[in-house]
Design a protein around this ligand. Structure first.
Ligand SMILES: [Fe+2]
Ligand SMILES: [Fe+2]
Length: 288
């Protein structure tokens, strides 16, 4: 892999995730963690606690009695929503800024990441081996994180890149990214994951989300759920811009995820419903 100086510098310049988010991500990377550990991390952060309580009491969840504790909020919404709120609030710029290099509008990256996260989580109940639904959700949220840096590099070069694909010099969008930047957005995301010291499973899901067959076997269940969740998001029209339909499905997912192709359409409808609800809970008034 060619890591150009400028990419390494850009990665280093990315602000670190907040201590609370990093600790939550670390915890989630462990096989066995207790809800009380999640609660004690969240309660150390007043802003995050406020956001979580606001989401738990929002119309999206409309609890019968007001939710006044983090424990009750987690019981009501599940850890995945907590992770969504934590990640969104520690890196709002990454998710909400427009990705100029991908010709994608503000907010599209967040929609795509959230849809993929919910898809990956749902698909984790179809994996042949047991897999963690919370980890799938978080990996889905973070899978395209490399695009935040890649977009800056591609800005002004997007036409040239599409030209590489049109004239056959590049066989895929990822290939074209490599031609321009020396690495694709998945590899760049992996560099960011290292910078942020994310748990190994998350780093691997980011690195291999377009090539799940290449990852070490022990990560395959997780990476295939993210891969398929990503494809479903793009099929549902929730992409991140110019590259929206430029990736192909890796059919070997069938060795790890037991789901018929016609069932996928039903799963998409479920994801869409949950997506609207979760988006409203996490973004509050800002959601349409
Ligand atoms: Fe991607
Ligand atoms: Fe994606």
């Amino acid at each position: 892999m060619i890591v150009t100086k400028s990419i390494a510098d850009r990665v280093k310049e990315m602000p670190m995730l907040s201590v609370v988010s990093t600790r939550l991500l670390e915890l989630l990377g462990e096989d066995n963690y207790a809800i009380r550990d999640v609660v004690s991390i969240v309660e150390n952060d007043a802003i995050l606690t406020t956001k979580i309580l606001r989401a738990a009491n929002s119309v999206a969840y409309s609890p019968r009695v007001p939710i006044t504790s983090v424990t009750a909020a987690i019981n009501n919404m599940g850890e995945k929503v907590i992770m969504g709120i934590a990640i969104e609030s520690c890196a709002p710029k990454v998710f909400k800024d427009p990705l100029g290099g991908y010709m994608s509008e503000a907010g599209q990256m967040w929609d795509h990441s959230l849809f993929t996260a919910i898809g990956a989580r749902q698909l984790s109940s179809y994996t042949i081996r047991e897999s963690s639904s919370n980890l799938a959700f978080t990996a889905g949220l973070l899978h395209d994180i490399g695009k935040s840096v890649m977009s800056v590099i591609l800005e002004g070069n997007t036409e040239e890149m599409l030209g590489h694909i049109d004239n056959g010099e590049a066989v895929s969008f990822l290939d074209a990214e490599k031609k321009i930047a020396g690495m694709d957005h998945a590899e760049l995301g992996y560099e960011l994951a290292q910078h942020w010291k994310l748990p190994e499973q998350l780093a691997m899901a980011i690195r291999y989300h377009h090539h799940p067959q290449d990852v070490d076997d022990k990560y395959k269940d997780l990476v295939y759920t993210v891969h398929l969740g990503d494809i479903l998001a793009m099929m549902a029209g929730i992409g991140t811009g110019v590259d929206g339909l430029a990736y192909s499905i890796d059919k070997t997912y069938k060795d790890y995820i037991e789901i018929e192709e016609d069932q996928l359409a039903i799963v998409v409808a479920d994801i869409q419903e949950e997506f609207a609800k979760t988006k409203q809970a996490i973004l509050g008034e800002e959601a349409e």
